[in-house]
Ligand binder design. Structure first.
Ligand code: NAP
Length: 286
């Protein structure tokens, strides 16, 4: 019988560690600051911005918000970002997605300095991640997945990692990180034929699709570690992409939904803000 990973406990512990890192930076006369740009009416985005604000407050990180209305142009947003790029008191810049439809997302994201790209979506940041030889910001959800896998002492070398989903924000970056760690990686997507043939070979199975309970017991290898990234709202309840209760007897460990990968994302963002502050001010880790 497998076990559900206690992600809440991991996040609590990592938050305490991060708090100490923030205190150390303050002792070195730097207070981390995150700038957040919200340019949409999306209700979920407003909730996410609120969660980020709350964690900044908890950790003693400063936050500067730009709540923009639909009269804003792409150039206006780029100008704000340019000012923030040149402001040495701001260490991280986050543009909450999605944006108003009339805005050019690529142009806006590309204008963020790669030194302040704490969301990790800039092509330069992703390029460095894919080359695998540089220190760089890791996008928040894949970083959270690695926080969990590292915490449970997952072995990567020689293991077969199967990723279901190839998005820019989850599937692609996590596949490259696991490749760098020495796993053999297979990426499945909507055009893959007989997905079960691949998932059944996985020592580490990461699922980021957005299809409720698509991974069933017969698709999982005995003893696999399963990471369920999916968030699906069904009749007011949140469920993952994995049929957790039925997969539990087969796998060794599995992340729950809710209370799994989702709760690591804001932590990852704040870890990136602290990393950016250290790098911009040449302060070592405590
Ligand atoms: P996305 O951009 O929509 O990508 C979904 C991926 O799944 C695509 O690569 C797609 O393949 C693939 N796919 C679709 N149907 C499939 C099928 N039947 N079989 C195999 N692959 C299939 O989604 P995302 O942004 O990566 O998010 C995925 C899920 O994770 C969503 O539920 C989202 O809410 C959740 N999520 C959670 C967090 C968190 O913090 N926990 C963060 C981000 C996302 P193609 O490329 O061929 O279209």
């Amino acid at each position: 019988m497998g076990e559900k990973i206690n992600v809440k406990e991991i996040v609590k512990r990592k938050k305490e560690e991060l708090k100490k890192e923030v205190e150390f930076l303050k002792e070195n006369n730097v207070t981390p600051k995150l700038a957040v740009i919200l340019a949409s009416e999306d209700e979920a985005s407003k909730i996410y911005v609120g969660k980020k604000r709350k964690m900044c407050e908890e950790l003693g990180v400063l936050q500067q918000e730009y709540i923009l209305d639909d009269t804003i142009t792409t150039n206006d947003v780029v100008n704000i970002i340019n000012e923030l790029n040149n402001d040495s008191s701001v260490h991280g810049i986050l543009v909450q997605l999605p944006l108003f439809k009339h805005l050019d997302m690529d142009k806006i994201l590309d204008s963020i300095s790669d030194k302040k790209d704490v969301d990790g979506f800039h092509p330069l940041t992703l390029g460095k991640l894919f080359i695998g030889e540089h220190e760089t910001f890791v996008p928040c959800t894949p970083k959270g997945i690695m926080t969990i896998l590292d915490d449970i002492n997952t072995e990567y070398e020689g293991k077969h990692a199967v990723i279901v989903g190839r998005s820019r924000i989850v599937g692609k970056p996590i596949s490259q990180i696991l490749l760098k760690r020495g796993a053999t990686v297979t990426i499945c997507h909507s055009k893959t034929k007989d997905i079960a043939n691949f998932t059944r070979q996985a020592d580490i199975l990461v699922v980021a699709v957005g299809r409720p309970h698509m991974i069933t017991q017969d698709m999982v290898k005995e003893g696999a570690i399963v990471v369920d990234v999916g968030i699906n709202r069904i009749n007011g309840k949140i469920i993952g992409d994995v049929d957790t209760e039925n997969v539990l007897p087969v796998c060794s460990k599995i992340t729950p939904v809710p209370g799994g990968v989702g709760i690591t994302t804001v932590l990852s963002l704040l870890q990136n803000v602290v990393q950016a502050t250290r790098e911009q001010n040449n302060v070592k880790k405590p």
